[in-house]
Design a protein. Structure first.
Length: 204
């Protein structure tokens, strides 16, 4: 059992191989459905937005953004080439999807109006650096939205021991503030399948 837990946790962090390509993309889209919807609402899309999603998985939130607001520019960054390929099959190749790490976002300063990430915070090896990178590539007054499962619920799931860094909403809020974000706000919601989830938002 512990072998499978370790394997599955590794796949959540970076889907790879046949399992990642066939199983993880649709699985991530399914389990993140409610979290994606809440994140979409917090993004408050505008026609002139240029949005980056970090860790987009199977691409469901990218698709939701495209359907919600026509004409916006959209980019995605993911560690997994398999997820990039899955999202391109789902959405076409016109999106700007790149393989890379949140600690070294491959875009220039002041580039995006909004950044979002769902269910990836636990895997960021250096969250302070990652949040500073998000701050760097956002335009002035740009918005960052991060959605994640509560520490209380994830500690009940044995696989969290394999590579997860869990956060309370207060800890995540401090990460935002330490990276230079202001108007930092936190929000709680109940996910029908995952329990308590948190959203933290901040303005550059």
């Amino acid at each position: 059992m512990s072998f499978f837990q370790k394997f599955f946790a590794r796949q959540l962090a970076k889907p790879s191989g046949l399992f990642g390509r066939i199983f993880m993309a649709p699985h991530l889209n399914k389990i993140n459905q409610h979290m994606n919807q809440l994140t979409l609402e917090k993004l408050n899309l505008k026609p002139n937005d240029y949005i980056l999603e970090i860790g987009f998985g199977g691409g469901a939130l990218l698709e939701m953004i495209l359907l919600k607001e026509k004409g916006i520019k959209l980019a995605g960054l993911d560690l997994s080439q398999e997820m990039i390929s899955a999202a391109q099959r789902r959405l076409g190749t016109e999106l700007d999807l790149k393989q890379g790490d949140v600690e070294k976002i491959p875009y220039p300063n002041n580039h995006f109006t909004k950044i979002c990430s769902v269910n990836t915070l636990y895997f960021w090896k250096n969250p302070n650096l990652a949040l500073k990178e998000c701050h760097r590539v956002l335009k002035p007054d740009g918005l960052l939205v991060i959605c994640f499962n509560s520490k209380e619920d994830l500690t009940q799931w044995p696989a969290h021991r394999h590579g997860f860094q869990l956060y309370t909403i207060e800890e995540a809020t401090r990460l935002f503030e330490n990276a230079g974000f202001h108007q930092v706000a936190s929000h709680n919601a109940q996910d029908p399948s995952q329990g308590l989830i948190h959203l933290v938002t901040g303005i550059k």
